[in-house]
Design a protein around this ligand. Sequence first.
Ligand SMILES: Nc1ncnc2c1ncn2[C@@H]1O[C@H](COP(=O)(O)OP(=O)(O)OP(=O)(O)O)[C@@H](O)[C@H]1O
Length: 238
Amino acid sequence: MVAAILPLVLDEIVLRRQGRRILGPVSLNVEAGGITILMGPNGSGKTSLLRAMHGLERLSAGSLHWRVPEIETRARQAFVFQSPIVLRRSVVDNIAYPLILDGMSRKAARALAAARAEEVGLGELLGRPAQVISGGEKQKLALARALMREPEVLFLDEPCANLDPRAMRDIETILRKAADAGTKIVMSTHDSGQARRLAQDILFLCDGRVIEAAPSDAFFALPKTPEARAHINGDLLP
Ligand SMILES: Nc1ncnc2c1ncn2[C@@H]1O[C@H](COP(=O)(O)OP(=O)(O)OP(=O)(O)O)[C@@H](O)[C@H]1O
């Protein structure tokens, strides 16, 4: 059996950009199982932390270790960006793309992609050029494509930003299903309601640091910091 890539251990990681510390020091363990949600005000470092975990950021200090060598993790973790990237091809071919890259025949990959598209509510749009579908549909497409390789870890940056309630519910259902099937989900959201519905664990960031890390129930019942309390209550801070 292939060794699991988790846990991911972050040891005092720091990101500095243009002479400024934008993240860290952050130390934490990302364990297998469930949904971990990053919360925090604008500019608190959620995107930077997700990108660093996925290996997209050069660390200024500290280190980050997967359970296996990093190169072996590449095809086993995926990232869905806040502004979804779509390829200049049809919806079904976008979703099939990772499998075709892995060497699967176009026909077999398309069949699996069509089934996945159906699941995320894109079944009617299979042949449509991906560039012309709506923003919410692009978010679903990016999620469907990211799940094609059944990653062990899926990072998502605000996957429901700008979605209507129905599309949000569809995406939450897909995320729960993926988590139940064994994919670790690590995602950011501004939406406390969504965090309550989905998260097992919360990481609350403020000014580039994780100032609370707690099981979701405990975090929402009794946030320990004034910043988290204000964020949950929607208070406007001075
Ligand atoms: N490449 C960069 N160069 C300089 N500053 C950066 C860079 N990337 C991010 N920052 C800054 O780092 C801080 C954290 O940004 P980040 O996007 O991680 O926050 P966030 O919590 O995801 O914010 P939001 O909720 O608004 O999406 C911000 O002040 C941002 O302007």
